[in-house]
Ligand binder design. Structure first.
Ligand code: GA4
Length: 351
C-alpha cells in the first residue's frame, strides 16, 4: 500500500492555484477497424492520426482489435497483484530476484532524482520477441505466473497495434517509407517498456484539507522520452494533458479504447511537427486507478535525427541535432520528471 508522510503529501499535492479540476478534453478519435479493408479508410485514418499528433500530441484509438476478454483478464490480474501483501510485491522489486533498477516493483519513487507520486507500479522491459522481461518473482507461483502470461499477451497485441498506428503516422506525414517508425519498435534490440501503474484512491485518513487530498499528483507532469506511448486504464479517471496554450484538460477514461501519445523521440524524428505532449495523473477519485502503458522505444544504438524529407519541407531548417537513443536516455534519467529534456538537443542549444 502507498503510505505518505505529511512532508511527502505536501510535496505531491498540486499547488492551491491549480486545485480546481480542469475541463474535460475533446480527445480526437481514430477508428482502426476499417484500415485494412480499403485504401480510402486507411488514408482517412492516416490523415486523422497525423492531424491529432500535430495539433495535440495525443488521440484515442477505437476498433483496435485487442480482445475485450484479454483486457478484462489484465484488469483482474493487475488488481490482484497490487492487492498482494507488501512483502509479496517487494519480491518483484528490482534487485530482489531479477531485474535491475529502474525495473521491477516500486512505490512512490519516480526516477532517480527525488520525484514522488501517489502511485505504486511495475516497470518491465520488453524482450525482442515482444514479451515482458519480468523479475523472477513474477514468474514464480501460480498467481504471479498467470499475471506474467497475461502481460505477455497484452504486450504482443499492443505492440502489433502500435505498429499499425506508427505506419499510419508515416503515411499521414506523406513519407514514402511507411515502416520508418514501426521498424524501430520491432527491431530485436528495441528499448520498449511496459508500465503497470496503480494509483490508490485518495487517502481520506490523512489530516489534510479535502481540496488537497482530492488533488494528489499520482504522476507529476512530464513528457515521455520514447517514440510512442499506448495507454489503457480502468474506469477511474485521472489522466490530464497540457494543450498547446498551456491549459490542462482532463481525459475521460474509456476502458474500451487505447490512448496514444507522441514521445520526445518522435518529436525529433518529425523535426518538431508531431508534439511530445506534457501530461500528468492527478488522483481525485475515490476509486483506485490502474493503467497499463506500452512505451515503444528505439534500439540504444539508433541515431535519432529529423527525417530529411521533413526537414526539406521546412526549407531545410533542422530543429534537432543527431544523437543516439542511448545518449538521450542517459540524459533523460539525469533530469527531474517535469524538466524539458529535448532542449539540450535543439540545434540552437549550446552544449
Ligand atoms: C516517463 C515515461 C516512463 O514511465 C519512464 C519514466 C522514467 C521512470 O519513471 O523511471 C522517468 C520518466 C519516464 C521521464 C524522465 C526520467 C525517466 C523518470 C525520470 C525523471 C519509465 C520513462 O522511460 O521515462
Amino acid at each position: 500500500m502507498v503510505v505518505l508522510t505529511k512532508r511527502e503529501l505536501e510535496q505531491i499535492a498540486l499547488p492551491a492555484v491549480q486545485l480546481a479540476a480542469p475541463p474535460l478534453a475533446l480527445v480526437p478519435e481514430v477508428d482502426l477497424s476499417a484500415v485494412e479493408a480499403s485504401d480510402a479508410a486507411r488514408s482517412a485514418a492516416a490523415r486523422a492520426v497525423a492531424k491529432a499528433c500535430e495539433d495535440h500530441g495525443f488521440f484515442k484509438v477505437t476498433g483496435h482489435g485487442v480482445p475485450a476478454p484479454l483486457l478484462a483478464r489484465l484488469d483482474a490480474a493487475a488488481a490482484a497483484f497490487f492487492a498482494l501483501p507488501q512483502r509479496d510485491k517487494d519480491k518483484a522489486a528490482a534487485g530482489a530476484g531479477g531485474g535491475s533498477p529502474p525495473f521491477g516493483y516500486a512505490s512512490k519513487r519516480i526516477g532517480d532524482n527525488g520525484d514522488l507520486g501517489w502511485v505504486e507500479y511495475l516497470l518491465l522491459g520488453v524482450t525482442a520477441a515482444g514479451a515482458a522481461a519480468a523479475p523472477v518473482a513474477l514468474s514464480e507461483g501460480a498467481e504471479s505466473s498467470c499475471f506474467r502470461d497475461v502481460l505477455d499477451e497484452h504486450i504482443a497485441a499492443v505492440r502489433r497495434m502500435t505498429c499499425t498506428v506508427l505506419e499510419l503516422m508515416a503515411q499521414g506525414l506523406g513519407l514514402d517509407d511507411e515502416g520508418v517508425f514501426s521498424r524501430l519498435v520491432l527491431d530485436r534490440d528495441s528499448d520498449s517498456l511496459l508500465r503497470v501503474n496503480h494509483y490508490p484512491a485518495r487517502p481520506e485518513a490523512a489530516g489534510e484539507p479535502a481540496e488537497v487530498r482530492r488533488r494528489l499528483t499520482g504522476f507529476g507532469e512530464h513528457t515521455d522520452p520514447q517514440i510512442i506511448s499506448v495507454l489503457r486504464s480502468n474506469d477511474a479517471a485521472g489522466l490530464e494533458m497540457s494543450l498547446r496554450d498551456g491549459t490542462w484538460v482532463s481525459v475521460p477514461s474509456d476502458t474500451r479504447s487505447f490512448f496514444v501519445n507522441v514521445g520526445d523521440a518522435l518529436q525529433v524524428l518529425t523535426n518538431g511537427r508531431f508534439r511530445s505532449v506534457r501530461h500528468r495523473v492527478v488522483v481525485s477519485s475515490a476509486r483506485p486507478r490502474v493503467s497499463v502503458i506500452f512505451f515503444g522505444g528505439p534500439p540504444p544504438r539508433q541515431r535519432l535525427a529529423p527525417l530529411p524529407g521533413l526537414v526539406d519541407r521546412e526549407g531545410g531548417r533542422r530543429r534537432y541535432r543527431d544523437f543516439t537513443w542511448r545518449e538521450y536516455k542517459t540524459s533523460a534519467y539525469r533530469t527531474k520528471l517535469a524538466d524539458n529534456r529535448l532542449c539540450y538537443f535543439e540545434t540552437t542549444a549550446t552544449s
